[in-house]
Design a protein around this ligand. Sequence first.
Ligand code: GRF
Length: 190
Amino acid sequence: MKVAILASGNGSNFEALAQQFQAGLLAAELAFVFSDHHDAYVLERAKRLKVPFYSFEVKEFANKQAYEEALLALLEKEQIDLIVLAGYMRIIGKTLLAKFSNRIINIHPSLLPSFPGLHGIKDAFDYGVKVTGVTVHVVDDGVDTGPIIAQEPVMISPMDTLATLEEKIHQVEHRLYPNVLRKIINEKNQ
Ligand code: GRF
């Protein structure tokens, strides 16, 4: 089974996953990481970890549809079975969804359906909720709306700042995402 990771930015979740692939703790092949930004830090991580990587940007194509068709062609050429989104800041369009129905997963830094969108951690912090968390879900045609696979709560204490909360959330993400992926891979391998 072949997995591709899509990421737009920092790539700490990519690195947590890649380390587990390389330690033999995930029974699948990490074929490559793709970024929609040539200068994304995730690509530096990929170089350091010697994970194959690709990048191209929407602006290099006539429109979003053409960009997505190029991405789909890459995924099909590499015979990818499962797409793992790790901070991929684009909505997955119809082209990709149709071909990878139920085979795209995402991680979101809140307890969905609360605080969807780009700023899940800050929105929860600003609202003043006492419990937030992390969600892993199947991607559908909405924004952070697909069926939930796993969730883990994170308490917000009066001592927390946005920075300490971000740190707590990311720690949970880096543990939860590999564990969820392991279950998915083991089920598919059976
Ligand atoms: C994570 O908080 C993830 O939940 C969200 O985007 C962030 C990506 O962080 N979807 P990183 O690039 O993996 O460090």
